[in-house]
Design a protein around this ligand. Structure first.
Ligand code: IPE
Ligand code: IPE
Ligand code: MG
Length: 246
């Protein structure tokens, strides 16, 4: 068992990213349609967001819709977009009460207008909140992000705004959707899959990875604390030896 008090006694990850997976299988296991899983997944989003803020996590990044998810049946995509709009409308209150800022990452301009407008509205209404930033990855793909980064930097080189010798890691960081965010410390994926599915490939270069069999709609505070406790037991060496760290 990992209690909240236990994990508060050790250094916390600054930035947690979560691949919220398994809504469909969760619903299927209950003899229900996939949409039922997505609806119940939104409850886990709320509890996880609140718990992370209360723990003092500074950045929480949630993978909500990937650039590949457009390949799903039209009706499922529609359901996901509808749920997004209703969750944003409903949860703006939760964000304000917990002093959380919403920041969308991904190619959000090409999302349906209603989703885009709601996102901008909530991001704007919460922009002065300081306790935690919730980065919602929507129409997000790491390869898309890296491609756009190269295009943007290439454009600047062409226009003599920057010279190619000046390109370093910080310049690259500044041209990603996640500009100004610290690197991910802990990446969690639910549902037993052990892959990255095009999520934050640059940003997780040195993240600790945590995989759990729990389907996203069942992901509880206890599961969150377990993941953080596992992170806290690891020695992050960043290339050094163990002795150098002490
Ligand atoms: C995660 O659950 C939600 C999204 C990807 C939008 P899935 O819908 O991928 O559920 P499974 O993986 O099919 O069980
Ligand atoms: C990753 O889950 C995307 C999100 C959680 C939004 P998927 O369920 O789409 O990933 P794959 O297809 O199993 O790799
Ligand atoms: Mg999945």
């Amino acid at each position: 068992m990992s209690s909240k008090d236990d994990i508060l006694n050790h250094p916390l990850p600054k930035h947690i990213a979560i691949i919220m997976d398994g809504n469909g299988r969760w619903a299927k296991s209950k003899g229900k349609i996939r949409a039922f899983g997505h609806e119940n997944g939104t409850k886990s989003v709320r509890t996880t967001v609140e718990s992370c803020a209360q723990l003092g996590i500074e950045q929480l990044t949630l993978y909500a819709f990937s650039t590949e998810n457009w390949k799903r049946p039209k009706l499922e995509v529609k359901t996901l977009m509808r749920l997004l709009i209703s969750s944003l409308k409903k949860e703006i209150k939760t964000l304000q009460e917990n002093n959380i800022r919403l920041n969308a990452i991904g190619d959000i301009k090409t999302l349906p207008t209603k989703v885009y407008n709601e996102l901008i509205h909530v991001a704007d209404a919460t922009k002065s909140n300081t306790k935690m930033t919730l980065n919602l990855a929507l129409n997000y793909g790491s390869r898309d992000e890296l491609t756009q980064m190269v295009q943007k930097i290439g454009e600047k080189i062409k226009n003599n705004i920057i010279s190619s010798e000046k390109i370093d890691e910080s310049v690259i960081n500044q041209h990603l959707y996640t500009r100004n965010l610290p690197d991910v410390d802990l990446l969690i994926r639910t549902s037993g899959e052990q892959r990255l599915s095009n999520f934050l490939l640059w940003q997780i270069a040195y993240a600790e990875l945590y995989f759990t069999e729990v389907f996203w709609p069942d992901f509880s505070d206890e599961d969150l604390y377990k993941a953080i406790a596992s992170y806290q037991k690891r020695e992050r060496r960043f290339g050094k030896t163990s002795e150098q760290l002490n």
